[in-house]
Design a protein around this ligand. Structure first.
Ligand code: ATP
Ligand code: MG
Length: 140
């Protein structure tokens, strides 16, 4: 399996509870390496653009409001089969359905305030990384 990249967001529910380090440790313990990281406050335009695929979903407005409700930490993660590995350690979208030992089971407050985002394909990872990072901001 090749070393690949994925894109992660530590969401406002986690930064508010000072869990940036705890979440990052779980990512690192899962074999992922943080090769870029910055703490930002997303603008409404950024959040709407980032979640454009969900524009027609009933929760879109609330999701955007939540994502701009506090700082987030955007990260590029590198590792063997990084997208799948990250999705595994994140756990299911709804924390009630997430496996024991996953980030969402451990920390998520609700299906919306679910602590982390992770890309769902290599193609989307590349798009999402480029949305927040220049290539020279990423270093292994
Ligand atoms: P993410 O894309 O954030 O990694 P995901 O891929 O597990 O999460 P998606 O279906 O892509 O889940 O939904 C994107 C985000 O929208 C979820 O992480 C969650 O914050 C929010 N969301 C999804 N479903 C619901 C819902 N039914 N009600 C409220 N918010 C939801
Ligand atoms: Mg998703």
């Amino acid at each position: 399996m090749a070393t690949t990249r994925t894109f992660s967001i530590i969401k406002p529910d986690a930064t508010r509870r000072n869990l940036t380090g705890a979440v990052t440790k779980m990512l690192e313990d899962a074999g992922l390496r943080v090769v870029a990281s910055k703490r930002i406050r997303m603008t409404r335009e950024q959040a709407e653009g980032f979640y454009a695929v969900h524009r027609e979903r009933p929760f879109f407005g609330e999701l955007v409001d939540f994502m701009i409700s506090g700082p987030v930490v955007v990260q590029v993660l590198e590792g063997e089969d990084a997208v799948r590995r990250n999705r595994e350690v994140m756990g299911a979208t709804n924390p009630n359905d997430a496996d024991e030992g996953t980030i969402r089971k451990t920390f998520a407050e609700s299906i919306e305030a679910n602590t982390v985002h992770g890309s769902d394909s290599d193609e989307n990872a590349a798009t999402e990384i480029a949305f927040f990072f220049k290539e020279d901001e990423i270093t292994g």
